[in-house]
Design a protein around this ligand. Structure first.
Ligand code: GCU
Length: 422
């Protein structure tokens, strides 16, 4: 007994010391040597030479590996049980757009979940393509529009936005308008849809408060080791929004581009990989667990992300803490799961934590799968200069500045989407 207590204290002590001493690596010369898995070679070593072999064998085995070991699989089906249009107007943005606020509800095992999609569509008699993306602090924060409903879901406090007691109020209306170039989208003929991500699964290390609980049996408190963490839950929510778009006569559901920034950029990639109905994917500053290669261990690492956000990935992912070598995939293959659909990866120069070079490499090394389909990946293996986008089916830019979403980013996304999706 004394020995066990002693060993435990010893382990805790060294764990704490190791953690306190951990520093992210920002030195290119200290990036370990690694061999990137070949997206066009199966786990058993067979070369993939055709779209058919990719779609029948290689794509499913990569997707399955990601589901079982990284993001976790969704344990079953859960269809929308009701759609309620909470509010609608044809006079948004000075008459330029229609607005809809649509609540989707889900029920299972005597539990329910509701989330609200805020939608703006340019006025036209045609169905329109749409950018769909989660927001971090509630739908009312991304626009000055006074008619946007305020979510009652749990939210992370942010006193600079006037968010205290984990509750949203009028005070935070419009605080995040800078991240969403809504009028630019509308003027270019795109609709825009957003959801507060905390309505699908609050971003806490507690998997009893989000959608996962609808699947629990008896007194289950968390998913199985190979089942969904929060990123997969958020991705699930995007697919349910897509289910709704398929019923909305004003939306062209074959042209929905899923967008996300940071943790939500990890989510947009995972959503696009799983759900091939998404016509395109944008992953903005998504870093570790997003577009950046794990094996570079530059900036945030697997151990670190699992330590800070134990609920984002499935529990099996913890087996790779400090053991990136063991992974038989890397994020270029996650991006390749989007092929042949257009994908845009973007970095920010000062966002070293997210490893801009690793994000670029993720996009670059997805190329061979796009080329199998006759689509253009990124042609040059060196990162382009700052603010000089590469606009191909696989697109990439690194912008000056910090971890954020700016008008510059949106101008590129809109331009790329006009070329490849609209
Ligand atoms: C943290 C986290 C990142 C994540 C980011 C965000 O910095 O370490 O992985 O992308 O938060 O979502 O803002």
């Amino acid at each position: 007994m004394i020995r066990t207590v002693f060993l435990l204290l010893f382990a805790i002590f060294f764990g704490v010391v190791a953690e306190a001493q951990w520093k992210p690596n920002y030195d290119e010369s200290k990036v370990p040597e690694f061999k990137l898995p070949d997206p066009l070679k199966t786990f058993s070593g067979k070369k993939v030479r055709s779209v058919k072999q990719w779609e029948k064998k290689r794509r499913p085995e990569i997707l399955d590996y990601y589901q079982q070991n990284i993001y976790g699989e969704v344990p079953g089906k859960l269809a929308i049980s009701s759609v309620d249009v909470l509010e609608e107007s044809s006079n948004a943005y000075g008459g330029k757009a229609i607005r809809k606020q649509v609540e989707l509800s889900f029920e299972k095992n005597k539990q329910s979940l509701h989330f609200t999609i805020l939608i703006y569509l340019p006025k036209t008699d045609k169905k329109v393509p749409v950018f769909l993306g989660y927001n971090f602090y509630g739908n009312h924060t991304i626009t000055d529009d006074v008619n946007v409903l305020i979510s009652t879901a749990w939210v992370d406090n942010n006193p600079s936005f006037g968010i205290v007691n984990h509750q949203l109020t009028e005070q935070s209306r419009g605080v995040r308008t800078n991240r969403w170039a809504i009028e630019k989208m509308l003027d270019a003929g795109f609709g825009f849809a957003t959801i507060y991500y905390g309505e699908v699964d609050p971003d806490t290390n507690d998997l009893t408060d989000g959608v996962q609980r609808l699947f629990y049996v008896d007194d289950q408190q968390q998913p199985a080791d190979n089942e969904w963490g929060s990123i997969a839950a958020w991705a699930w929510g995007l697919s349910r929004a897509m289910d709704y778009f398929e019923q909305d006569e004003d939306i062209d559901a074959s042209k929905v581009i899923v967008f996300g920034h940071s943790r939500l950029g990890k989510t947009s990639l995972w959503a696009g990989a799983n759900d091939q109905r998404f016509a395109g994917v944008i992953s903005n500053n998504s870093g570790c667990g997003g577009a950046a290669l794990f094996k570079r261990q530059f900036g945030e690492t697997i151990w670190r992300i699992n330590r800070s956000f134990p609920h984002w990935f499935c529990d099996n992912f913890k087996n790779f803490n400090n053991d990136e070598k063991k992974l038989v995939v890397d994020q270029h293959e996650l991006i390749a799961l989007v092929a042949p659909r257009p994908v845009y990866v973007a970095s920010a120069e000062e966002d070293q934590w997210a490893d801009p070079k690793g994000e670029f490499m993720g996009a670059y090394y997805a190329g061979p799968v796009y080329e199998l389909y006759g689509k253009k990946g990124i042609q040059n293996d060196t990162q382009p200069p700052v603010n000089k986008p590469i606009i191909n089916t696989v697109a990439y830019h690194i912008r000056s500045g910090v971890h954020d979403v700016t008008d510059f980013d949106w101008e590129q996304y809109i331009n790329w989407a006009q070329k490849f999706i609209q």
